[in-house]
Design a protein around this ligand. Structure first.
Ligand code: CAO
Length: 420
């Protein structure tokens, strides 16, 4: 691999499903040697989940495990444990997201890992933090969204669709993985100063809560004031003592909403997000052909507009009814109005700009031919991450064993013991 900033960092990738793999994939893009350790015969469960082609690694796996090598290893067998011990001695980081206690039960407690390699950084994802009263729970994405405050504050507050709502974005999984990547790089820089490794842990609940920081802000404001003026409940409906769900409200200082455009009756994504930026009211009036709103006291200040903000949105929707979402944004962008079309996955998949920037890429795969994946969202001036295909199960087993110093005969014996 060419010279990348993380070249030379060796990572044992003991992760599965999404939260851990998203973290190690990111580090692999930037040059780390990521060795995915998987159970022989089965591998990461996502290899076979939600398959679109029989007997071929599922996109669930390929899209989260690019740029890695795969070592199949049964770490519950003595031969497998011995290999893992050797690997720990030669690596910089071990990343895992097993259920609580699984690594200890396997015989690789933090104490044991430190004995083997005091420079090792052990990075873990768990559902809840150490010592938390739910620390024993296994956790998946939606569980974390509920435990971290996202579900309670997402969705509709009244009507048939009311109730806590899950976001499609992986706030519990990939988001936690991204937090862990920052933790790993911080511990790695720390190690350069102290010579010692350390344990880094991110709980999915905490990572979700970190993204829900503004909702905690709102709870504190609500406790003090009894109302939240930027929420659609204000001023005509009452507030309880908890932050309500705000539908599509802007959520910050700028009111906003999702508005229908031409064709919404048949196209489920014919919408735009429109933001009424407080200080940019006059351009909005110009864009909508409503010059009279510029001087009408019922419209001139955010405070004056808020009681009838939904009527303002209804007027904008009326303006949008003969414009597609793309036509509308092309008009509104000239007036500097913060807005965007609601883009479907299909539209994103074929978006030329995302292809050009490398945010969506085609990568080769030994069995699929090639597959589309989401590339690095982080752009550098001197590094263009080259996304390579995900490995087949155990594709690099012999290569890695021989790098660890095992002879051809040793490797044959390891195979015979079914440890790989
Ligand atoms: N060889 C031998 N055994 C292996 C192995 C290997 N290479 N790799 C894993 N195992 C074993 C583990 O030792 C463990 O065995 P024990 O339970 O007997 O100790 C078992 O496989 C894995 O257990 P698990 O609890 O991690 O797996 P699960 O499918 O029951 O639960 C999950 C999955 C995700 C709920 C759980 O791992 C978890 O809560 N992880 C932490 C939170 C998390 O990351 N969630 C996000 C998941 S989606 O991104």
């Amino acid at each position: 691999m060419s010279n990348k900033p993380l070249n030379g960092i060796k990572i044992i990738d003991f992760t599965h499903v999404q939260a851990g793999p998203a973290c190690t994939q990111l580090l692999a893009w930037f040059g780390a040697d990521v060795i995915k350790v998987e159970r022989p015969g089965a591998g990461d469960v996502t290899r076979s989940q939600l398959r679109d082609i029989p007997n071929v690694d599922a996109l669930y796996f390929t899209m989260l495990n690019s740029n890695k090598r795969s070592l199949s290893l049964d770490t519950k067998k003595p031969e497998g444990k011995a290999i893992l011990e050797k690997l720990i001695k030669e690596s910089d980081v071990l990343v895992e997201n097993f259920g609580p206690g699984a690594l200890d039960r396997m015989g690789f407690s933090w104490e044991r890992i430190q004995e083997l390699n005091p420079k090792m950084i052990l990075a873990s994802v768990k559902g809840f933090s150490d010592g938390h009263h739910y620390e024993d729970l296994k956790v998946y994405e939606n569980v974390a969204q509920c435990a971290g405050g996202a579900a309670s504050t997402t969705g509709w507050w009244k009507g048939e669709q009311s109730g806590p709502m899950i976001s499609a974005a992986a706030l519990g999984d990939s988001n936690t993985g991204m937090h862990l990547a920052i933790g790993i790089l911080t511990a790695y820089i720390g190690r350069q100063q102290t010579g010692k490794g350390q344990k880094v842990a991110v709980a999915m609940q905490d990572a979700v809560l970190n993204l829900c920081r503004v909702k905690m802000r709102d709870q504190l404001r609500l406790d003090k004031l009894g109302y939240l003026e930027e929420y659609p409940q204000y001023p005509h409906e009452s507030f309880s003592d908890v932050v309500p769900r705000g539908g599509n409200a802007g959520g910050g200082g700028q009111p906003g909403w999702i508005l229908k455009c031409k064709g919404w009756e048949t196209d489920s994504n014919a919408y735009i997000y429109f933001t009424v930026q407080g200080h940019a009211w006059e351009p909005i009036c110009d864009a909508l052909g409503k010059p009279e709103w510029k001087t009408d006291p019922a419209y001139t200040t955010p405070k004056a507009r808020q009681p009838h903000i939904m009527e303002i949105f209804a007027t904008i929707e009326d303006w949008l009814k003969d414009k597609t979402k793309f036509e509308a944004v092309d008009i509104l962008r000239k007036f500097d109005i913060p807005c965007a079309p609601v883009l479907s996955m299909k539209e994103l998949l074929h978006d030329k700009s995302l292809r050009a920037s490398g945010s969506i890429v085609d990568v080769p795969h030994k069995e699929r031919g090639s597959y589309v994946t989401v590339g690095s969202p982080i752009k550098f001036s001197d590094l263009k991450p080259e996304i390579t295909g995900s490995p087949l199960l155990g594709e690099h087993t012999d290569e890695i064993l021989s790098e660890l110093g095992y002879s051809k005969t040793d490797i044959a014996n390891i195979h015979a013991a079914k440890a790989v």
